[in-house]
Every structure is written in C-alpha cells, then in structure tokens.
Design a protein around this ligand. Structure first.
Ligand code: AMP
Length: 530
C-alpha cells in the first residue's frame, strides 16, 4: 500500500450536527439578534423582566407540569440518569446542618424526627418513580434505613447526649458525601414549568404581584424533524404570575405579542382565541363531548377513538380530513361555559377590542391539561406551510399550586423563534447582509502603523472596519474590499502618510477624495446620518 493510501484511510471522521439540530450562521444570525433585541425592547415597555432558567431540570418537574401522558413527556424528552442528590434532597443538607451545633446543645430529638420524615419521603418517591428504582438507589435506600435504625436506637435507649453517641453521629455526619440518589434529568422541552418552579423557589409571591417575566432560549423535543420543526428549537416566551386573573391581564399579554410581531413587520398574522372554561364548567363539557363522541366512535380514526377515553378535548385538535365533518357537529364549549367563565371570556374580547387587537374566535382551540383554564390563544403567520403556528398561549391558574406553590394565577405564551424567523425571511423582511463600512488598504510599515490607529478611531466612532493583517497590493486590496461589500476603501500609502492626507474611495461609484484625518471622520459621520 502506498503512503498516500494509508493517509487517506487514517483521515479523521467528519462530524455533522445531530439530526434535528442546526447551526445558525451569519448573516442569518443578524436577524436572530434583531428579533431578540426587539423582544427585549418591547417586553420591557410592558414592564417584563428577563429570567434565565437552566437548560435541564428534574424530569419529574416536566412530567408534572407538562403532563406525563403528553407526547412531549412520554416520548420526546432527552433524559439522562444523573447522580445529583443535592438538588432534590436538600433535607440531607438541612439535617447535616444540625451538627455540629455552635451553641453546643443540638436538639437531637428534632433531628431524629426530621430523619423519619425524610426516610418516608424517599420511600414515597421510590414508589412514585420520582426517584427511579435503580440498583444504586435501592442500595442507598437500604443504607438510609440502616441509619434510621441507628438513630432510632439513640431515642429508644434514652441515652443523654454524650460520648456514646459519637460513633453513630459520626456515621450520620458522613451522609451527604456517601448518600446520593440517582435522579432523572431532562433537557427542557418548554419553559413554563421552570419559570413556575423559580417563582416558588425564590418566594416571588412576596414581590409586588403580578410578577411579569420573559425568557428566550433553546428547547429540546425528540420530534420528527421537518421544515419549521426541529429537535433543538428556540422559544421566546413570557409569563404573568400572581395577582388577579383580570381579563385585562389576558388582553395585555396578547397585545404585547401582537405589538412585538407588528414591530417586526411579521406578515399574515392571525390571532385565534378561545375560552376552555374552568373547574366548574369544563368537566361537565368534557363529559358531554365524550358522550357525543361515543355516538360517532366508528366514524373516527384510531387516534381520536383512543382520545375519547384519555382526553376527548384533543379530538378537536384533529387535522384528519375525514373527521372534520363530524367535529363540526360536536357541542361547543362556548355554549357550556359557567357564568363566571362566560363573563371572563366576554371581558377578554372587550379588552382586546379596546386595545385594537383583531382576533378570530376558534372554538376548537383547546389545551388538554387540567390546569389550563379560560383563555387560550394561538397565532399563525404566513410562509410556514403546515407548521404555521408561531405562538401558543393561555391561562394556567392551577399550575403553580400543582408544583407545590401557593394558589397563584398565571398566564403566558411561547413564540417559536425558528418559525418567526422563517416567516420573516419568506416575506423578505430579513435585513440584507451588513457589509463593512471601511476597508483599509495599506502599504508599507509606516502606513501600517497609521492604519492601525485609523482603524481604532473609526471603530470607536462605531464604524465596521476591516484591517488586513498583511500588506496587499492596492489592486488586490480593492478587490477584497468589494467582495466584503465594503462601502469605502481607505487608501494609506507612503504618500498619504507623509502628506497627512488620506484617500477615501467610494466603492459604489469609484470616486476618490482626499481628507485630513479629522475631516475624514466628520465626512463619514455625515454620510452615515443620511
Ligand atoms: P408549545 O410549547 O408546544 O405550545 O409551542 C409553542 C410554539 O413553539 C409553537 O407555536 C411553535 O411555534 C414552536 N414550536 C414547538 N415545537 C417546535 C419544534 N419542534 N420546532 C420548532 N418550533 C416549535
């Protein structure tokens, strides 16, 4: 075998981005930045503050908040088993903090009571699956029970704290380093669960209510990739937590998204709204819907047939052509809202009208989870084909409580940033690539020093400057300036440097003018202002 052939075989493998993920490159990233900057600006005018939440959380958080039965949680999450006890089992650390007690008189009986509660919690968590039943976890639990026995023996023997406790206490003290439970962590498939977790964790209910937060960043779902659907995609969203559920809050949140889209000049924007009722009226409606669906069961597809049992509301989501005629005849929730929900819905519509927000009512817009209530909305835009939803949102008054927090009103939305960008590109709203303002064509050592200084001054004044690292012939330099889309070439050769007069060439028309350094800056500033 020749040497060349060996080399070829040994060439390292090339890597590609994982299916469903992609690199965002310039100039497209300039559009992403503009969209995000606009979100920061518009949301701030509505009094929202930015929250940055972790990329991964305990799987259980999503299972509870998004729903264990949903596709998102049951099939689409990226989950790993991680040995990270400290986050969930704060109690271990709290228990540990009882020792050594600075005042010298720790309350051992309190410690032991807390230990009992802790062991019970672990037991329950193993049963519910919150702590997965791995070998390591079962072994850790056995060890925990052994420690409970030791601690119990201290109580039952009724020994006063003294040297005889030392052995057992030393053993217990080594806990946090020896006892760790493996837990499931998942990459976030959405952000509302994390925002609610953060609201509870940081006691934000103590702040003036409502708390208005927005976020932006990547989410992860193992979906089948297609145009407008990725496995790593980006969302920009906001949540209003606490305070009241006044219809004006719903309307203002929607107004904010519409203002944002308006500022971006997004085309073909269509807002659909609906009310899905609340605890008083939705269960009755769902039962009615189920009864009606059972009557037409045979005419429905397999998915819808299954959903009659699991989640009848989801049948209304069906895009299946053959089911559309049947769905049109089903009872509509608007006719079955209780008095309070009907009044709330009417007021939201009135509030939207007061704000000049144009909407369409869509009785089939539903959300399957129990904690969603009353207002739901979805926004579509042009140029996106079948994946044309750019924003989904709604009220979720029960969620914070479901996650262990106080009763808290909540409403929010999530915008699919990838789709928003696609739509802007399709309608020609994407900004053209930003070329350099000035390309500095220099020749000679003295000119190089001047060029470096000129670049510094121009950049300080906010111009985009390309300073070639090595000397080039002027012809080549001008060609390069052209390729980079520069507006001007600043020509610096020996003559220019000794005369103190710099040549500025306008690349669009080839005209050349000589300037002193201050005049040049002044001239460029004026041109920029035009
Ligand atoms: P959801 O969190 O499912 O209510 O989605 C809110 C918005 O996020 C949708 O309207 C889409 O614009 C966007 N979105 C959801 N899933 C994906 C995905 N896999 N790829 C791209 N965008 C998505």
């Amino acid at each position: 075998m020749s040497e060349g052939a060996v080399k070829k075989e040994e060439r390292p493998r090339k890597f590609q981005a994982i299916r469903g993920t992609r690199d965002l490159l310039p100039p497209e990233t300039a559009l992403w930045s503009r969209v995000e900057q606009t979100a920061h600006e518009v949301f701030a005018t509505f009094g929202f503050g930015e929250i940055r939440i972790p990329i991964f959380e305990q799987t259980e958080l999503f299972a509870r908040a998004v729903g264990g039965e949903t596709d998102i949680v049951s099939k689409e999450m990226y989950t790993i088993l991680d040995r990270s006890s400290e986050n969930i089992w704060r109690e271990v650390t709290d228990l540990y903090n009882v020792f050594p007690h600075p005042s010298g008189s720790p309350d051992y009986s309190d410690f032991i009571k807390r230990l009992m509660v802790f062991v019970e919690r672990v037991d329950n968590a193993l049963t519910s699956g919150e702590i997965p039943r791995t070998d390591a976890n079962v072994a850790a639990f056995e060890k925990l029970k052994e420690m409970r026995r030791d601690a119990q023996s201290l109580l039952t023997n009724d020994v006063r704290p003294g040297p005889q406790w030392a052995g057992i206490i030393n053993k217990l003290l080594s806990w946090p380093s020896t006892l760790g439970f493996e837990v499931n962590l998942s990459l976030r498939p959405e952000a509302t669960a994390s925002v609610c977790r953060a609201y509870i964790e940081h006691g934000m209910q103590q702040l003036p209510q409502p708390v208005k937060l927005y976020y932006m960043g990547p989410m992860f779902r193992r979906e089948r990739p297609q145009k407008g659907r990725y496995r790593q995609f980006y969302q920009i969203g906001a949540e209003v937590l606490g305070g009241s559920d006044a219809p004006a809050i719903d309307a203002e949140v929607i107004e904010m998204v519409m203002t944002f889209f308006d500022r971006l000049e997004l085309q073909g924007v269509q807002l659909d709204i609906n009310s899905i009722g609340g605890r008083n009226c939705r269960p009755k409606y769902v039962e009615l819907l189920r009864a009606e669906l059972l009557k037409v069961r045979d005419k429905l597809g397999a998915d819808s047939q299954r959903r009659i049992e699991t989640n009848p509301l989801r049948v209304l989501d069906s895009k299946l052509e053959s089911e559309q005629g049947i769905i049109a005849t089903l009872p509509r929730i608007a006719d079955h809202l209780c008095e309070e929900c009907a009044a709330h819905y009417a007021a939201v519509k009135h509030q939207l009208e007061m704000r000049g927000v144009i909407y369409r009512e869509n009785w089939r817009l539903v959300r399957g989870l129990d904690y969603y209530m009353r207002t739901t909305f979805e926004i579509t835009a042009q140029g996106l084909g079948s994946q044309n939803a750019v924003c989904g949102g709604g009220r979720y008054d029960g969620l914070v409580e479901l996650l262990g927090g106080p009763p808290t009103k909540g409403i929010g939305f999530a915008i699919g940033e990838d789709r928003l960008i696609l739509s802007l590109q399709e309608s020609g709203k994407a900004p053209a690539q930003q070329g350099r303002d000035v390309y500095i064509a220099w020749m000679g050592e003295r000119a190089h020093a001047t060029a470096i200084r000129a670049a510094k001054d121009l950049r300080k004044a906010g111009f985009s400057v390309e300073l070639p690292p090595v000397e080039q012939k002027f012809g080549k330099a001008l060609g390069q300036a052209d390729k980079l889309g520069a507006k001007y070439a600043l020509i610096l050769g020996d003559n220019e440097v000794s005369e103190g007069l710099w040549t500025l060439k306008t690349l669009a028309d080839g005209s050349q003018t000589k300037f002193t350094e201050p005049d040049l800056l002044e001239h460029l500033r004026k041109q920029r202002a035009l």
